[in-house]
Design a protein around this ligand. Structure first.
Ligand code: ATP
Ligand code: MG
Length: 171
């Protein structure tokens, strides 16, 4: 089924609204708004929710989380960037494993089972996409999801567009 990326991200952010507010974290969404992918809206929603949930959960109060959408090489790239503790190189390779949690003691306080990112990874591979992480410990993390585009509106391909008009949504 065709799924509007912008709409699914908007909903994923909305559903984390209370947690973000409780930590005084502003979540902003920017970039291309009218990309459509093919897949299961509930699974894609679950995946994006997990990424936004992590970004909020592992970041200190008063920081910022940014979600950016852009089109590159025929794929849509969605990145979730936080100003949290970051993830060291060894852990970056392992965070997508089931039940793997960095720093068990610290993670225990934050709840969670260690399944979120393994679900994201599975959902992405089931949709012909992928998820990667970039992080500099002490400076935050960026999780990037790439999915094949099913249909795109009026935004020119390849540009890191900042179109926020939503003009072509649902067209
Ligand atoms: P669950 O998502 O199942 O509730 P979880 O958040 O611990 O539990 P994952 O989402 O798979 O599980 O994340 C695995 C581990 O990776 C986390 O425990 C945390 O240590 C680390 N991690 C994930 N996202 C971030 C992030 N944005 N910043 C820092 N560490 C992160
Ligand atoms: Mg998680």
């Amino acid at each position: 089924r065709p799924v509007e990326v912008g709409r699914i991200i908007g909903e994923a952010v909305d559903r984390n609204h209370l947690t973000a507010e409780g930590k005084n974290i502003a979540v902003t969404v920017g970039g291309t708004s009218n990309v459509v992918v093919h897949g299961d809206p509930d699974l894609l929603m679950t995946a994006f929710r997990n990424l936004v949930d992590n970004a909020i959960r592992y970041s200190p109060e008063g920081t910022k989380v940014g979600v950016g959408v852009r089109v590159r090489n025929g794929l849509v790239e969605v990145s979730v960037t936080d100003q949290g503790p970051g993830i060291g190189p060894d852990d970056q390779e392992r965070v997508f494993e089931r039940f793997y949690r960095v720093d068990a003691a610290r993670s225990r306080q934050t709840g969670g089972t260690g399944l979120g990112l393994s679900i994201v990874k599975h959902v992405m591979s089931n949709h012909g996409g992928e998820v990667t992480v970039w992080s500099q410990p002490g400076q935050g993390s960026t999780f990037t999801v790439r999915l094949p585009i099913y249909e795109e509106g009026t935004v020119a391909d390849g540009s890191p567009s900042d179109d926020e008009t939503n003009g072509a949504q649902g067209a």
